[in-house]
Design a protein. Structure first.
Length: 276
């Protein structure tokens, strides 16, 4: 007789989503109960908990288990060279604009919800291509995510299958020039790019730090998981980390139109930080 699956009861669901909101700012909708249940059942088996109630007690007492919970419930699907038109802007508009300023410092980019690192590595590839043709240009790419599991994968930076397929297919010259490896072992950026990438754990509802100032921020496909109030809070935090003339890139299913922010739309998905 098959083992009976543990059900996520209403009381535990409400406690669980309240905890998630408190710790991450993420809003879990009423219709996400089944999703949470399916994502956490495996962890209950691993920890030998017989109910979501007892699992919540464990999470309350163990910071490592809280991080494991966050790792399980956050969504991490991504791939290199996602949404080509924003990369066209990055290559054809942003990078030339930055080079024209001839600033005595590296260009600094932040992949603010970097997941397993495909976006940050794509930024690095385009920047390295620019560096090899523009005297005096250098760059730093900073990636952050709330999930420790995906931060570790981003730091490893080895990709196979769908994660790398679009870049390989649509930008073959860049791929050949800046990637190394094979389809079995996986592909990784070359050392001159990897040395300029940094990944760390960070919760977007908290400030990053006063010393971190960026010329462009990629904040894609993450605002949709937050309430309007929390979106505005995140965008205030992000704005504090940006240079006065910096750009913000958001996801295709996102908009800042109804939010009170310091950003002005330049074109679809692309915003500039208003100053003054």
């Amino acid at each position: 007789m098959p083992e009976k699956e543990i059900e996520l009861q209403t009381s535990s669901f409400n406690k669980l989503r309240a905890l998630i909101h408190q710790k991450t700012g993420i809003t879990v909708a009423d219709n996400r109960r089944g999703l949470l249940q399916s994502r956490l059942r495996g962890r209950l088996r691993e920890t030998q908990e017989d109910s979501f109630t007892s699992y919540l007690d464990r999470v309350a007492k163990d910071a490592n288990e809280l991080q494991e919970l966050i790792d399980r419930i956050t969504t991490n699907e991504t791939y290199c060279y996602r949404t080509p038109r924003i990369w066209d802007f990055f290559r054809d508009t942003f990078l030339p604009e930055f080079c024209d300023k001839k600033l005595p410092r590296p260009m600094r980019a932040w992949s603010a919800a970097s997941s397993t690192g495909e976006e940050a590595h794509t930024i690095g590839i385009f920047c390295e291509d620019q560096r090899q043709t523009s005297s005096g240009f250098d760059y730093e790419v900073f990636g952050t995510d709330i999930s420790s599991r995906v931060v570790r994968k981003a730091q490893e930076g080895r990709y196979v299958g769908k994660a790398i397929a679009r870049l390989q297919r649509e930008q073959p010259t860049l791929f050949e020039r800046h990637m190394t490896g094979d389809k079995d072992a996986g592909f990784a950026v070359k050392p001159e790019i990897k040395s300029r990438l940094t990944f760390k754990l960070h919760n977007l509802i908290k400030p990053l730090g006063p010393s971190q100032k960026f010329d462009i921020v990629f904040l894609r496909n993450v605002l949709i998981y937050f309430s309007a109030e929390e979106q505005e809070r995140i965008l205030r935090n992000v704005a504090r980390q940006m240079q006065p003339d910096a750009y913000l890139i958001i996801g295709e299913s996102e908009s800042l139109t109804r939010l009170d922010t310091a950003f002005q739309q330049v074109s679809p998905l692309i915003y500039s930080l208003e100053t003054g």
